[in-house]
Design a protein around this ligand. Structure first.
Ligand SMILES: C[S@@+](CC[C@H](N)C(=O)[O-])C[C@H]1O[C@@H](n2cnc3c(N)ncnc32)[C@H](O)[C@@H]1O
Length: 276
């Protein structure tokens, strides 16, 4: 039951590979000190090269989104997509809830990882999206896939979906990838309403948000907190997002009912499970 997104550089590496183009550093977003972009790009290329490739239809959706939509960096990276597919193929969730659909790329990566027997026996992915125009694109992508019977887009806010979710229908895998300001509340509702299956998992993406979140923790930062907040490389909005994620991470790590692992990969992602 599980996982998430990453760095723009990572995506570009993947795109470059698909089209056999050199990786253009000019294309790199100026404001993206993401985790992976700080590592050796050759190493990243090597990892992509040595990983099983995604099927072409997923690559095509990914590339088309980059070519046609302004916020394509919202998507998880292809390498993360492969990770999601791999994880669900291992853990076989039958009920998946994704918060934050965008164009359906990650939902399709999850569906791709489920085996046919699960897909034919009711495995389902519910994914929600508040932006109606984006939801239309997602609908088109899903309708054109082999998974139209296995993925449902709920055009509602993540909070509404969670509040209306039937608590008898336990979630095996919850992927949190919507607005970062809502992460803490989404997690809290899942726990308070007891929506997660005892053996289920939650994965939250972007939990190191642009390598800014840890800098808010005085024990893990070299910078005085004021300097972090006034950092000229950090926009006000990004600082707010980092603070939301900081509070979310603290809330999760202090929660008595869960165990969690925050991995410093991609843009940071956290795997959470209920304690045994
Ligand atoms: C990071 S993107 C999701 C990317 C997607 N998981 C993927 O990797 O392909 C976040 C999406 O959540 C949507 N969103 C933002 N706030 C939301 C909310 N309160 N409820 C549901 N969706 C929301 C945004 O419109 C955006 O499309």
């Amino acid at each position: 039951m599980f996982l998430s997104k990453s760095s723009f550089t990572n995506k570009l590496c993947f795109k470059a590979k698909q089209f056999k183009q050199p990786i253009s550093t000019n294309l790199r977003s100026p404001s993206k000190p993401f985790l992976v972009s700080q590592t050796d790009q050759n190493l990243l290329n090597y990892c992509i090269k040595q990983s099983s490739p995604q099927p072409e239809y997923l690559q095509a959706i990914y590339n088309k989104t980059f070519d046609t939509l302004p916020n394509a960096h919202n998507m998880i990276s292809p390498l993360q997509g492969i990770l999601l597919s791999m994880l669900v193929s291992l853990f076989k969730p039958t009920t998946t809830l994704e918060l934050g659909c965008y164009v359906g790329y990650s939902a399709l990566c999850i569906a791709h990882g489920l085996n046919n027997s699960l897909l034919n026996n009711g495995a389902h992915i519910w994914t929600c999206e508040v932006n109606e125009n984006i939801a239309k694109v997602a609908e088109e992508n899903i309708q054109n896939s082999n998974y139209k019977n296995n993925i449902t887009i709920l055009k509602k806010s993540a909070m509404q979906v969670l509040q209306e979710w039937d608590s008898n229908k336990k979630i095996d895998f919850a992927f949190i990838d919507a607005n970062k300001s809502g992460y803490l509340d989404y997690f809290n509702v899942i726990l308070e309403r007891n929506l997660l299956h005892q053996d289920g998992f939650i994965i939250a993406d972007n939990t190191c948000f642009r390598a800014q979140v840890h800098q808010l923790d005085p024990t893990c930062s070299d910078l005085p907190i004021k300097q972090v907040q006034n950092n000229s490389n950090t926009t006000k909005n990004n600082s707010k997002v980092a603070l939301h994620i900081y509070n979310f991470n603290n809330f999760v790590s202090n929660h008595p009912k869960v165990e969690q692992l925050l991995l410093p990969i991609f843009d940071g992602f956290t795997i959470i499970k209920l304690k045994n």
